[in-house]
Write a protein that binds this ligand. Structure first.
Ligand SMILES: Cc1ncc(COP(=O)(O)O)c(C=O)c1O
Length: 381
């Protein structure tokens, strides 16, 4: 555990609490909550004794069925072709399950840099090694570098699209190429698709599991946290090849026994509301993203921000020799705005910050970005 980084959101959260009035562009959360029918369904379920008892390990059959239908209709994944679905307490748990299911200590997992910090942390906790592969200047995948990074110990390549922390959306060709590479080399493709609904402009999300011959080696995870404002209810789910059913059942039974029943009842109702629930929120975020990108681009040449077509993040590069954590602390203490240092995402070659805009309303984002821009100007010049 000594090698595992401290949970950065908690570290930044501590600094924010010490500086009241700070606007957080830190945590990756949305500003809206669950659909009302989800809350009503939980209210109704409270008087049902089964809500308070252990239920099926993989998830309530009604939820698993609902998820299978969603996966088929929206993701092009037909679980009857040889995959399974497991409901977890969030996509983070699904990722940990996947790593435990496919690795032995000392195995390698390839992460594209920038990575989602909890992915690195999970791999290290499983006593495995993270092999870091850099993306290009626009945070897009570099297939040749991924190919070159595969060794006899490699068990999987992880892709996150739309991406946390860069906001990049990978093209169908790129996802297809990684999926085929994994198949050809006999390793798994772990696809984190928790931001599947969050794309802007012409960008479209492509599910790795929908690609031809993907079923036997593709593990994909999803979440209700962002799409349905469900972060505190802890509901995620994962599709995985049938041959992993036994390890996944052992891991799920040991770590979670069964997903929280009340949360699953809420999830069924949320899925009934469906994607239409998040669409207006995603449109609203598209307008906020425009503000973020245009205000931050004014920082050139002090900082640069590749356009990001998805999720609710941008990863800005700042031209300075200063340490990003020092700058992040000064931004909070002196300018009352919080961002996350790029080092948490494996960006150690230069000074980067992730700016998250999902939790903000338009008025707050303008104020927060204003503070960030003037704060960086003061610190750096
Ligand atoms: C890429 C990615 N995967 C997984 C998660 C965690 O999702 P959950 O709340 O479902 O555990 C997040 C949350 O920020 C994320 O950014």
């Amino acid at each position: 555990m000594d090698e595992v980084q401290a949970p950065i959101i908690a570290v930044i959260g501590g600094l924010i609490r010490q500086t009241p009035g700070t606007i957080s562009l830190g945590q990756g959360v949305v500003h809206y909550g669950p659909p009302q029918p989800a809350l009503d369904a939980v209210q109704d379920a409270l008087s049902d004794a089964s809500t308070h008892e252990y239920q099926d390990g993989a998830g309530l059959p009604a939820l698993v069925e609902r998820l299978a239908a969603k996966l088929k209709a929206e993701n092009g994944i037909d679980v009857s072709r040889g995959s399974r679905v497991v409901v977890t307490a969030g996509a983070n748990m699904a990722f940990m399950h996947a790593v435990l299911a496919i690795t032995a200590p000392g195995d390698e997992i390839i992460l594209n840099v920038p990575f989602y910090f909890n992915h690195e942390m999970a791999v290290q906790m499983a006593d495995c090694t993270v092999v870091r592969v850099a993306t290009d200047a626009r945070y897009q995948l570099r297939l040749d570098a991924l190919r070159a990074a595969i060794t006899d110990r490699t068990r999987a390549i992880v892709t996150v699209t739309p991406n946390n922390p860069s906001g990049a959306v990978f093209s169908e060709d790129a996802v297809r190429a990684v999926n085929a590479l994994c198949r050809d080399r006999g390793i798994y493709h772990i696809a984190d698709e928790v931001y599947e609904y969050f794309t802007y402009g012409a960008a479209r999300h492509v599910s790795a599991g929908s690609l031809p011959e993907a079923d036997g080696h593709t593990i994909a995870m999803y979440s209700l946290s962002k799409a349905y404002g469900f972060a505190g209810w802890r509901i995620g789910y994962m599709t995985y090849p049938e041959h992993l059913a036994e390890p996944i059942a052992k891991i799920q039974d040991t770590i979670l026994v069964c997903p929280p029943v009340a949360s699953q009842v809420a999830a069924i109702a949320a899925l009934d509301a469906g994607r239409a629930y998040s669409e207006p929120h995603v449109r609203e975020l598209a307008a906020i993203r425009d503000i973020v990108l245009s205000r931050l681009s004014a920082l050139a040449p002090l900082a640069s921000v590749p356009a990001a077509d998805g999720a609710f993040y941008v990863l800005m590069k700042v031209e300075t020799a200063l340490d990003p954590m020092t700058i992040a602390e000064r931004l909070i203490r002196e300018h009352k705005v919080a961002v996350v240092p790029g080092t948490a995402f494996g960006m150690t070659d230069g000074c980067y910050f992730r700016v998250a805009y999902g939790a903000l309303q338009k008025a707050t984002v303008a104020e927060g970005i204003g503070r960030l821009v003037s704060g960086l100007r003061q610190i750096l010049t």
